[in-house]
Design a protein around this ligand. Structure first.
Ligand SMILES: Cc1cc2nc3c(=O)[nH]c(=O)nc-3n(C[C@H](O)[C@H](O)[C@H](O)COP(=O)(O)OP(=O)(O)OC[C@H]3O[C@@H](n4cnc5c(N)ncnc54)[C@H](O)[C@@H]3O)c2cc1C
Length: 539
């Protein structure tokens, strides 16, 4: 058995959730290992819908160019009803705006997404340790000792924290004894096949409805000759295995003998589970992604929700390792579990609607896009915060297009990119206050942005809102300070000269440090319930 030094975080599972977390932690300078029991990266197309909010995370992770170049917009659905094919828009495609640079759900197979994330991790100097399986762990006060097996031995990995991003049948969750509450309909199975296919146009996501929701679907996968086939099986049906049998099954359902699957690249039988972990944390061990929540594929939420989990947890782990209060780590479950509960409801509703041939369940809108998702009312969005005309604490900080002193255009998202917090001061007095804010030396640093101030004060960027996009998107009163968390959500809004509540907000999220005289009051995170409904705000 090999033995090692103490690392900061061991991540189990190199799917989209674990790899996103690894990227976020490594770019923050943490000592991280990521292991996966599989011998190589996942080969299937499985999750193929990337939501706009996840594209924004990919922008922050600097993988967006790869993702955009290898994917496409969704084609229209082609619903085959006997001899008639009805074109049906699943999405209303929108133009990019100043606040939302990626407004549309993006079609890209999971093997390409995983590969883009693995490549980015590699660029940051880390590789996934494939062929290494977590078989057990024990946690003490200071660290977690994990046992990992590989082809010719076992090793012990000691880490400050352990994160199970190890999928729906998570070993980490099971070893913690965490209940995975919900149901599995053993009768409901979907055969998924990636195959090179002829006799079918590539400009439609073809769907052949059947009785009792037993549909067959074929979605063209961008940058390939492949289609992702989904065949919802009848309760007692034996899933066809060989290409000949799969072709026979498809041709009999579609009544189209011209459709031929030529080469099968991946095949899997999938049972939609609808389950949510009772807790996401046990002391130094966390679960995220499918390890914490699973649901039907309807609505394209699983991978996206897993990546958002990782994005929420990453900066908090780094801050606590740098000396912030351990309470900050409790906010991961408090913020993310209600969101997952909403996603389970949304995806189940869509899935049942598809079974009942309800056309509204095929349409995708803002609920799925995850842009209106808010942590407002949660533990880090203080009720003492002010609000602007359009935004409250806990909301996503939108993009905006501003100009520097030389008249060069600057996107806010370009300035948010990285591991720091951002403080935006709008107006002269706010700019003066921004210059006075003391920031802790340890942990994530602060980027200071001044907008529309004639005073030259201490700031990283001094910008002008020449086209009024900031004004219309953020709509702040004069002299407002907006504190943005490293994961792009608004932590606090201050429109008054009293900065106490801003300091309290900073104190909850950063290592203890000497602040300037203004800091006051209690800053403990209260464990107040954050209702599921608040998780998704429909606005
Ligand atoms: C047909 C279908 C379509 C879907 N479509 C979408 C979609 O369009 N959009 C969307 O967002 N989601 C979709 N999903 C869901 C999505 O695929 C999952 O939510 C996503 O893969 C979860 O990512 P993850 O990283 O949490 O887990 P996984 O991708 O399952 O990765 C877990 C990893 O952990 C590893 N592992 C497990 N146990 C151990 C261990 N003991 N030691 C070491 N490693 C271990 C596994 O090998 C695996 O690589 C779809 C799912 C299906 C089945």
């Amino acid at each position: 058995m090999e033995s090692n030094k103490i690392i900061d975080v061991l991540i189990v599972g190199a799917g989209p959730t674990g790899t996103s977390l690894a990227i976020d932690l490594v770019r923050r300078g943490l000592d991280v290992r990521i292991i996966d029991k599989a011998p190589h990266a996942f080969q299937g197309s499985r999750a193929k819908g990337i939501q706009p909010r996840t594209l924004e995370v990919f922008d922050d992770f600097e993988v967006i160019t790869d993702i955009l170049s290898q994917g496409s917009l969704y084609p229209l659905l082609g619903i085959h009803l006997g001899p008639i094919t009805i074109p049906w828009p699943m999405f209303k495609n929108k133009r990019a705006t100043a606040s939302t640079p990626y407004p549309n759900t993006w079609l890209i197979p999971q093997y390409t997404t995983d590969s883009a994330l693995h490549n980015q991790l590699k660029k940051l100097g880390r590789n996934v340790d494939f062929g290494r399986k977590l078989i057990g762990f024990t946690q003490g006060l200071e660290a977690v000792v994990s046992r990992v097996s590989f082809s010719n031995g076992e090793e012990e990995i000691i880490s400050r924290y352990l994160v199970g991003a190890d999928g729906g049948s998570s070993e980490v969750r099971q070893q913690l004894g965490v209940n995975f509450i919900g149901s599995t309909d053993e009768q409901d199975r979907i055969l998924i096949v990636d195959a090179i296919t002829t006799g079918l146009s590539r400009n439609r996501w073809h769907v052949w409805p059947g009785r009792n929701g037993k549909f067959v679907g074929a979605c063209p996968l961008p940058n390939s000759q492949l289609f992702q086939w989904m065949i919802r099986l009848a309760p007692e049906e034996e899933p066809p295995e060989s290409l000949i049998d799969i072709n026979r099954r498809i041709q009999s359902h579609t009544r189209n003998l011209r459709i031929v699957l030529k080469e099968m690249k991946w095949r899997s039988v999938f049972r939609p589970n609808i389950r949510l972990a009772e807790v996401y944390r046990s002391k130094r061990v966390f679960i995220s992604g499918d390890a914490a929540h699973v649901h039907t594929p309807a609505g394209a939420q699983g991978l996206n929700t897993g990546i958002q989990d990782a994005y929420n947890l990453g900066w908090k782990l780094a801050q606590v390792l740098a000396g912030a209060s351990d309470d900050l780590l409790d906010t991961y479950e408090m913020e993310r579990r209600p969101i997952a509960a909403s996603v389970l409801g949304l995806s189940t509703k869509k899935y049942n609607g598809i079974s009942n041939l309800d056309p509204s369940s095929i349409r995708r809108g803002k609920d799925e896009q995850q842009l209106t998702l808010t942590y407002h009312g949660g533990p880090l969005a203080s009720s003492a915060s002010d609000r602007t005309n359009t935004l409250e604490s806990g909301d996503r900080a939108p993009d905006a297009f501003l100009f520097d002193s030389k008249g060069k255009g600057v996107r806010l998202f370009d300035l948010f990119r990285g591991s720091h917090f951002t403080l935006i001061a709008y107006g002269n007095r706010a700019a003066r206050d921004l210059a006075r804010i003391n920031w802790p030396v340890n942990g994530a640093q602060l980027k200071r942005i001044v907008v529309n101030s004639s005073w030259i004060l201490q700031a990283d960027y001094v910008l002008n809102d020449l086209k009024h996009t900031f004004e219309s998107v953020y709509s702040p009163p004069d002299d407002t300070l907006i504190l943005i968390r490293p994961d792009g959500y608004i932590a606090h809004i201050s429109s008054s000269e009293d900065l106490n509540s801003l300091y309290n907000s900073i104190h909850k999220m950063t290592p203890n440090a000497e602040f300037s005289g203004e800091r006051a009051g209690e800053s403990n995170i209260t464990n107040k319930p954050f209702s599921h409904e608040r998780g998704y705000r429909a606005n």
